[in-house]
Design a protein around this ligand. Structure first.
Ligand code: CU
Length: 175
């Protein structure tokens, strides 16, 4: 008994529908590929981020001074701070808190500084899902204008140790 090869089809040209779908897939890939850099320019979604270098110990001092200056109360041991309109706001990430709790006014522009004084944290503003990586030594500056009132939570989305899951901060926006 002779060994015979099974019948194969690879040398037969692809049929019409197959060629059509391959073309659609390639065109779609090219559209998405073009949109990536294009959206960066025309999408208007880029954060006003200007990172500056700052030593964690200095950030600790600057943010402590900010808290002391504008503190209006305390909630579960975390200071509540109400900065004046247009002020520089200092938010500090540290194991395992976002300090302080901020009370802001709707429609007012604030210059946010966000940094960490120990290790890397992830700033995730809920429920808006704005995400920024917070690295010690980097002062992340964000020009932020709250457009709706309410209570917003900040979740740490970068694993930072045993109590990472409890690292929840708060921003209160009033009319
Ligand atoms: Cu964290």
């Amino acid at each position: 008994m002779a060994i015979t090869s099974p019948e194969t089809y690879w040398w037969k040209p692809a049929d019409k529908e197959e060629r059509l779908w391959i073309t659609i897939a390639i065109v779609w890939c090219l559209i998405l590929f073009t949109m990536m850099p294009l959206w960066h320019i025309v999408g208007g979604q880029n954060p006003s981020l200007e990172p500056l270098k700052i030593r964690p110990t200095d950030y600790q001092k600057v943010s402590d001074a900010f808290i002391e200056k504008y503190k209006i109360g305390e909630e579960a041991g975390i200071p509540v701070v109400k900065p004046p309109d247009g002020a520089d706001v200092y938010l500090r990430g540290q194991m395992w808190n976002w300090i302080p709790i901020l009370e802001l006014k709707k429609g007012v522009n604030y210059k946010f500084h966000i940094s960490s004084v120990d290790l890397m944290h992830g700033f995730s503003l809920m429920p808006l899902v704005m995400n920024f990586q917070i690295v010690p030594g980097q002062d992340n500056i964000l020009n932020l204008t709250p457009t709706s009132s309410g209570t917003f939570h900040i979740i740490c989305n970068e694993f930072c140790g045993i109590n990472h899951h409890t690292m929840v901060g708060k921003i209160i926006v009033k009319d």
